[in-house]
Design a binder for this molecule. Structure first.
Ligand code: TRP
Length: 367
């Protein structure tokens, strides 16, 4: 419903009820990802395992944040492709579209509208002090002149993503916590000034920190050439693990090796549920009585066991594109349905209902 279409007789002083369906009274999570390509095992360990747990207890909105992919306008073909890839990954790991909602960000224009309104409540200085943004901006330093305005909009968009569905909890990686802090700040200030409108959300960081890439250099990244993707075949998985960096100082299997900071053992800790085997490998590695090949073969077995059912579910859905379209349409439509009353309330709070009655009395001091 467009606000300028309201009839003068409509009652607008009290906001429309957010929900009349009791299942919608469950606490909600909203979280998301930029769909710039297929997901890797770092996403799985750091985010998806936590989401899988939470979807049992919370009404869950999983957002495909297409509008936040950097260089959006340059990357349209990648985003179109990446959105399907990420959706397949989510279905593959077992996020359940019968219980949870998969939402296409740009399919809910209310996000953009709320972003515009909330940009009045966030100072540029505040954004520039946000450590995550600061780091991203530093990466862009040499093209400072060409940084698009959208770069500064994206954290506000993220605030809108969280506030619009009235999410209670936002499970994220620790680099996203400054954005949650901003969200809380905006929600509290808006509520104080205009009356209870938004839920003040909590952030929650998962147990597994950022995973290093198979090159052992930086964190695993979709386009960094150091990722194991959820969709990798068994052969690709084997090749990637065989080529992983280990302890660079260890030349022979009989040399005592270092376990700490060794990518292969970090992956064992993250993905091998057989802790007795992992402990044994560590002991023998330190003593110089096990070779890299055996350590890697055990890792391959563990990861392949984990990824096989994911691969299979992914393949199942990949053959059913029209079902996937239904999933995305359903989640996006539901998000929009929830967004509309909240947006109506925001417009009322901001006195955008100009056509509701005649001209208002002049404010104090008006000429
Ligand atoms: N910015 C997040 C990332 O880069 C993705 C994201 C967009 C998000 N909107 C969100 C995460 C809302 C949590 C809540 O990973």
């Amino acid at each position: 419903m467009a606000y300028h279409g309201r009839h003068s007789g409509d009652v607008i002083s009290s906001p429309p009820p957010v929900s009349s369906n009791p299942s919608e009274n469950r606490k909600r999570i909203l979280t998301g990802l930029r769909p710039s390509g297929p997901s890797h095992v770092g996403h799985y360990a750091g985010a998806f395992t936590q989401w899988l747990d939470l979807q049992n207890d919370f009404e869950s909105f999983f957002l495909l944040a297409d509008y936040q992919v950097s260089d959006y306008a340059e990357n349209l073909p990648w985003i179109r492709w990446g959105l399907w890839e990420v959706t397949l990954d989510w279905l593959g790991v077992g996020l359940d579209p019968d219980r949870s909602f998969f939402v296409i960000e740009s399919g809910v224009p209310e996000f953009a509208e709320l972003t515009l309104h909330l940009s009045w409540f966030l100072g540029l200085g505040h954004l520039q002090r946000n450590p995550t943004l600061k780091a991203e901006l530093a990466d862009l330093e040499n093209k400072a002149d060409t940084v698009p305005v959208a770069f500064f909009n994206y954290p506000v968009m993220q605030v809108s993503n969280i506030l619009l569905p009235l999410a209670h909890l936002v499970p994220v990686g620790d680099d996203q916590l400054p954005h949650i802090e901003m969200t809380r700040d905006v929600a509290m200030r808006f509520n104080r000034r205009f009356g209870e409108t938004f839920v003040v959300p909590e952030g929650r960081v998962g147990k597994v920190p950022r995973l290093v890439g198979i090159d052992g250099k930086g964190k695993m990244g979709t386009s960094a050439g150091n990722a194991i993707f959820l969709k990798d075949t068994e052969e690709t998985l084997r090749t990637k693990i065989r080529g992983m960096f280990t302890d660079p100082k260890r030349l022979r299997a009989t040399d005592p090796g270092t376990v700490e900071g060794n990518p292969v053992f970090m992956y064992h800790d993250a993905f091998n549920p057989n802790t007795a085997e992992v402990d044994d490998l560590k002991t023998r590695y330190r003593a110089g009585t096990v070779g890299d090949v055996e350590v890697k073969d055990r890792l391959f077995d563990a990861m392949n066991t984990l990824l096989t059912p994911i691969r299979e579910r992914r393949a199942y859905w990949a053959e059913r594109p029209s079902d996937i379209r239904d999933v995305l349409r359903h989640g996006t439509t539901e998000m929009k349905r929830r967004a509309e009353p909240v947006m109506a309330r925001v417009r009322t709070a901001l006195s955008l209902d100009y056509l509701h009655d005649g001209p208002p009395p002049p404010p104090e001091g008006a000429p």
